[in-house]
Design a protein around this ligand. Structure first.
Ligand code: ADP
Ligand code: ZN
Ligand code: ZN
Length: 748
């Protein structure tokens, strides 16, 4: 073990002036204690008042003249280890993804805010259970969904946590008032019930795992008991029983006194999912979501720190729950783009999960029906251990999938948005009183241009990425800045049906209402779900067969079980195929697979119609066949050819400024500087650009880009560090902002 003489210290983050670290000498007596992440007390400022800080770096080189470096007063021994891990993690995040240490600390630490200690209230059942049953039946007949939900919960368990019940059961105050007025419940303060009687909860009907599930659980638990900490990837189609597998493994881990973090994409964090965990694990669970206030979040993380809970479920930010003895991190739907932070530091939750597990002696399980290429390739090289679930857990046959060529429809003079096949099937299902979902693929849509007659797509000859149309009538490549004029005839077949693409949900709804006037239609998109609970309201209306057709964007394809849905129509599968970034095919495959997974979840056999101008495209064919392996092989060919991730890594350097010429000049300087750096260091990195971002101007800020590709991630980190230094010391970037993004998930 080698010790260092100097430490970089970040001063406690409740203070403001922290965008920098301060160097302190490490007295001999503290050499062995002074590790990264260790909390310290240091003299600070002119008066040398003592202040808390954390060590975030170590070195043997003084950065300023030695006389000016003060010594650390003390390293705090026995301070909570968890904090150090998170500090270290913050430091690692900053190094690996860019941004300041302060940005990184803000990411890992819950917002410190004085929160009112709320009195904890409980809902206590006071009506005899048989009377409650009667009320329950009445409310079902009256179709009072919210009342039914809470009565159901009360039948299971006679005491409920007030806040949690309101939140999880999604019920409002009026329902509570009604319950009180009808002498069904009373509200009591928690103190009276120090021991909420958990054992009273109804016996759960636990499913019996099938052989595939059981073998995964056995293997993972065996590894764990032998002290082997792997990262596992569970590749299992939707409904194959991944969640059941997670829950059995979680039970084992918490039985050892350890804690578990379960990451679920916000959009899939539904009542049903959370409820399954609650039913299994009871009160020692907490949930984070984006609708919570800072105070509420802080509360939850405090509970975790105090050891009041064992399991934290939530989106990306739940990753930083300050558990004392973390045993396992699960990342469900690990391929989801939302696991990548959109603000600096632009970290990826999967990578951070693996790092945090490594730091704390925990292990990681990633799960997906359509694993990201990054994760799947790691499971092939052996970095991750791969397990596969091949069957749907409940008896259900895979849906029948039709691929419809929209070019052929045009040839047959069908200019509507519905192919003849889709129209025929919609009518058939409506007649049988079954349900239909129509999916409009808008994700990543940014105006690619294609020919309706032959399907030709305008692409950049330098990047093999689709060009996007801009208002000035030009076609632009987001990667290299190449531009050309919008052609008036298709360069491939000469037809005049060449245009930018786009169909909105609203427009589809209009057409559906016109074509099928007797159908009851619901639409779910950002417009109709703006109001609180809008999401849930639409979904439960559809689940209760209040509508025949549900129209929506990717929101509707996530994890919901609708047993009556026997047809899923994908209006234009191509929209995400030409989104103008290298992940377009992968995203298309994921969306189509998920959408197809919505049909025929139960007894009724399902059918799926995929409408496309590119019936021959591998991401469409493989999604229709449910063949992930084949998709992976094909897509890796492309990634290899073009040196895109996971084969190589990409660093996006985004320069922004209020004045256009400033942004142009700054990005040109940055590109020059890094080309020089690459030359001097004899690196083989490729520089692409500079170019205007696809979104070249946002909120009056001009956005310019350079891309750098290299097979080695570390080389890109070096380039980032170099540019960061150059940026802060050179006078050429005044008034500009610099951001980094490694292996981007979205277009710029
Ligand atoms: P996934 O997480 O892979 O989508 P789930 O764990 O949600 O799959 O399982 C889908 C459905 O199948 C759930 O209703 C679940 O209760 C049920 N299920 C899972 N495993 C089994 C099993 N072994 N036997 C019966 N039903 C099961
Ligand atoms: Zn290009
Ligand atoms: Zn054409």
């Amino acid at each position: 073990m080698t010790y260092h003489n100097y430490s970089d210290i970040i001063i406690d983050i409740s203070h403001e002036n922290l965008d920098k670290t301060y160097q302190y000498a490490i007295p001999d007596e503290f050499l062995s204690l002074a590790v990264i992440g260790a909390p310290v007390i240091v003299p600070f400022g002119m008066g040398n008042r003592t202040i808390n800080g954390y060590i975030v770096g170590l070195s043997n080189e003084p950065k300023i003249s030695i006389e000016k470096i003060k010594p650390i007063s003390s390293v705090i021994e026995g301070a909570p280890v968890i904090e150090s891990h998170l500090i270290y993690l913050a430091y690692w995040i900053k190094e690996t993804f860019g941004g300041t240490i302060n940005d990184a600390l803000k990411t890992v630490m819950p917002v410190k805010k004085a929160v009112r200690i709320k009195e904890q209230r409980m809902i206590v059942l006071i009506k005899p259970v048989d009377e409650l049953r009667q009320i329950y039946e009445e409310q079902i007949k009256k179709n009072s969904k919210a009342r039914v939900r809470i009565i159901e919960a009360l039948l299971n368990k006679n005491i409920l946590d007030y806040d949690k019940a309101l939140q999880i059961l999604n019920i409002g105050k009026p329902v509570i008032t009604w319950l009180i007025e009808n002498h069904i419940i009373k509200i009591e303060s928690k103190q009276i019930y120090r021991n909420p009687i958990d054992s009273q909860s109804s016996p759960q009907t636990r499913v019996k795992l099938n052989d595939e599930q059981e073998s995964i659980v056995d293997n993972v638990i065996r590894d764990y008991n032998e002290g082997k900490l792997h990262t596992y990837l569970i590749h299992g189609i939707t409904g194959s029983g991944k969640t059941e597998v997670y829950m059995d493994i979680i039970a084992e881990v918490i039985s050892k006194g350890k804690q578990v973090i379960v990451l679920i994409p916000e959009i899939a964090l539904t009542y049903q999912t959370v409820n399954r965990f609650l039913e299994r694990f009871g009160e020692r669970i907490s949930i984070l979501n984006s609708r919570m206030s800072d105070g509420e979040r802080y509360d939850q993380s405090l509970r975790a720190k105090k050891g009041e809970i064992d399991i934290m479920i939530g989106p990306r930010s739940a990753l930083f729950t300050p558990f004392k003895d973390l045993g396992l991190i699960i990342v469900d739907e690990e391929h989801e783009g939302s696991y990548k932070s959109e603000t600096t530091p632009k970290y990826h939750a999967v990578e951070v999960a693996v790092k945090r597990a490594e730091l704390t002696g925990a292990f990681v399980i990633l799960g997906s029906a359509t694993p990201s290429l990054e994760s799947y390739s790691k499971s092939i090289t052996g970095d991750y251990k791969l397990y596969t679930l091949t069957k749907r857990a409940k008896e259900a046959n895979p849906p029948k999938v039709w691929i419809v060529d929209l070019k052929e429809e045009l040839r047959q003079k069908n200019r509507t948005i519905f192919s003849r096949k889709l129209k025929e099937l919609i009518e058939e299902k409506l007649n049988r009183r079954e349900q239909i979902m129509l999916f409009i693929n808008r994700r990543g849509y940014s105006g690619f241009v294609s020919c309706r007659s032959c399907g030709h797509v305008m692409r950049c000859s330098h990047c093999d990425i689709s060009l996007t149309s801009h208002v000035n009538g030009k076609l632009l490549c987001h990667y290299c800045g190449y531009e050309e004029r919008m052609p008036s005839n298709c360069p491939s077949c000469g037809s005049k049906y060449i245009a930018a693409f786009g169909t909105g949900t609203q427009k589809v709804e209009e057409i559906v209402r016109r074509e099928f006037p007797n159908a009851r239609v619901l639409r779910m998109d950002t417009d109709t779900t703006k109001k609180k609970g809008g999401h849930q309201r639409i979904l439960s209306a559809f689940a209760n067969h209040k509508a025949d057709i549900l129209i929506g964007t990717q929101m509707i394809v996530k994890g919901h079980d609708f047993p009556l849905v026997s047809l899923v129509g994908i209006i234009a599968a191509d929209l995400s195929l030409y989104a103008g970034d290298f992940r377009a095919s992968e995203r298309t495959f994921q969306l189509l697979s998920q959408a197809a997974g919505r049909a025929g979840r139960d007894a009724i056999p399902g059918e799926v119609v995929i409408q496309t101008y590119h019936p021959e495209h591998y991401s469409i064919i493989t999604a229709a066949q449910g063949d992930y392996q084949e998709f992976y092989e094909q897509e890796m060919l492309y990634r290899r050819l073009m040196q895109y991730p996971p084969v190589a890594h990409i660093l996006v350097v985004l320069v922004t400024a209020k004045e256009e010429d400033k942004s142009d000049r700054a990005v040109a300087f940055a590109a020059e500087a890094l080309k020089e750096y690459i030359n001097i260091n004899e690196l083989s990195s490729q520089v692409i650009g500079p170019a205007p971002a696809g979104l070249a101007k946002a909120k009056d800020i001009y956005r310019r880009l350079v891309y750098i590709k290299d097979e080695k991630y570390d080389v890109l980190v070096g380039i980032k560090n170099y540019l960061e230094g150059y940026f802060s010391y050179s006078g050429r970037f005044v008034g500009c902002n610099l951001q980094f993004d490694f292996n981007p998930m979205s277009t710029y």
